[in-house]
Design a binder for this molecule. Structure first.
Ligand SMILES: NC(=O)N[C@@H](CC(=O)O)C(=O)O
Ligand SMILES: [Zn+2]
Ligand SMILES: [Zn+2]
Length: 430
């Protein structure tokens, strides 16, 4: 069913409207539409209609770790979270470093039918940081890869990063960098370096491990006249460098995760591995800087860094547990509650940061478009008044490393629509 009649939805800037979707596209918007008999109707009274969310940073674990997530289960979680497109990180096993591997991810996403899964290609073969992967072949494949990342690892060698930027420039691609200098922390780092890490007896990453790589990459982007994207920025120093680079017209974009917008390192006092994530949760001052940067556009997008892990990888002593937390299903609630309800951001800007801007960064022209006649019906209906408490056991994800369990939020995804087809409704995960 790709025909839909959405009634009474609040369109930003246009008040309550009816929307008719025909053959997967928005055919009409108005108040008394002539609707063919038998068209499925969604009563959207009191709901806001936004462009479907786009996640620049999702770990789907297939191939290789289907015990933690498959493309199908991750796609279901994405749809439940209001996403119509997600970019699947390359750190699978095997790594997405060939055209064939990228096409396989694309096809598995299509088979799910729930969300457009756009593969991210690795920058280097096997994420080894040394030899460039077949970037151009991945781009020319059916998957049309535009975003490349060794995420999980930093492309540390400046020569390799320079080459990668030169390559992707030829076809308008972008390198998404896990900005973290491994030399400034070492392999046992697992939290933010500061007074608290000392007290907890844990090895930390200093903020400069992030900001120095952002600065280097911005300079390389300027030198190569190419484009770099900063994955999961977490520090005030990182934001400062981004501001510097953007003021000079350097082609750099950045994302922040919902967890870095709300959670702080204080949660580590209980040594609960649920809160172990890379980059780590930071002090409250960093959280403040990230929020301000998302508001003023220094940070372009929210991205989840949804990182599912099987119980047997996560339920260990803090130092031994895997890094990462779930994020797809809770992203809107967290960002809405933290940024919109607090008055820092309006809903239109949230839509920009969660949909329009990430779609532009990834070059996904069928996503991120405000509802208008002729646009593909990739949409989400949200209830900005709905109160709910997160229940980890209700997740569509195969994993349960959910840092939001038991927390209450205002703002919920009601219905997700991909090319006119309903891919998730609130009742399903109630
Ligand atoms: N975010 C994480 O803590 N973990 C990610 C890797 C990454 O995003 O760096 C993972 O793949 O599990
Ligand atoms: Zn990362
Ligand atoms: Zn990641």
């Amino acid at each position: 069913m790709t025909n839909l009649h959405i009634t009474g939805a609040r369109l930003l800037g246009a008040g309550a409207q009816d929307v008719l979707v025909r053959d997967g596209r928005i055919a009409e918007i108005g108040t008394s539409l002539d609707v063919p008999q038998g068209t499925e109707r969604i009563d959207a009274d009191g709901l806001a209609l936004l462009p479907g969310f786009v996640d620049l940073h999702t770990h789907l674990r297939e191939p290789g770790r289907e015990d933690a997530e498959t493309i199908a289960t991750g796609a279901a979680a994405a749809a439940a979270g209001g996403f119509t497109a997600v970019l699947a990180m390359a750190n699978t096993s095997p790594v997405t470093d060939t055209a064939e591997a990228a096409e396989r991810v694309l096809d598995l996403g299509r088979a799910s039918g729930l969300v457009d899964v756009q593969p991210i290609g690795a920058v280097t073969k096997g994420l080894d940081g040394e030899e460039l992967a077949e970037l151009a072949l991945m781009h020319r494949s059916r998957a049309t890869v535009r975003v490349f990342s060794d995420d999980g690892r930093c492309v540390h060698d400046a020569r390799v990063m320079r080459r990668a930027l030169e390559y992707v420039r030829a076809f308008g691609g972008v390198v998404s960098q896990h900005s973290q200098d491994p030399d400034l922390a070492g392999p046992s780092a697992c939290c933010h370096e500061g007074e608290l890490s000392g007290r907890l007896g844990l090895v930390g990453w200093p903020a400069v491990a992030e900001s120095s790589i952002i600065a280097r990459d911005a300079q390389l982007a300027r030198h190569t006249r190419s484009r770099v994207h900063v994955a999961h920025v977490t520090t005030a120093e990182g934001v400062e460098v981004l501001r510097w680079a953007k003021a000079r017209g350097i082609d750099v974009t950045a994302e922040v995760t919902p967890h870095h917008l709300l959670l702080t390192q204080e949660l580590l006092r209980g040594y609960d591995p649920t809160f172990k994530v890379n980059p780590p949760l930071r002090p409250a001052e960093d959280v403040e800087a990230l929020r301000a940067a998302l508001v003023d556009g220094t940070i372009d997008a929210v991205a989840t860094d949804h990182a599912p892990h099987a119980r047997h990888d996560k339920e260990h002593a803090f130092v031994d547990a895997a890094f990462g937390m779930l994020g797809l299903e809770t992203a809107f609630a967290v960002v809405h509650d933290t940024m919109v309800r607090s008055g820092a951001l309006d809903l239109a800007t949230l839509a920009d940061r969660m949909s329009t801007s990430p779609a532009r960064i990834a070059g996904l022209s069928e996503h991120g478009r405000a509802p208008e006649v002729g646009a593909p019906a990739n949409l989400v209906l949200v209830d900005t008044d709905a109160h709910h408490t997160v229940d980890a056991s209700a997740s569509k994800s195969l994993s349960r490393n959910n840092p939001w369990h038991g927390m209450g939020f205002t703002g919920a995804v009601h219905t997700t629509i991909l090319r006119g087809r309903v891919t998730a409704t609130l009742q399903e995960h109630a």
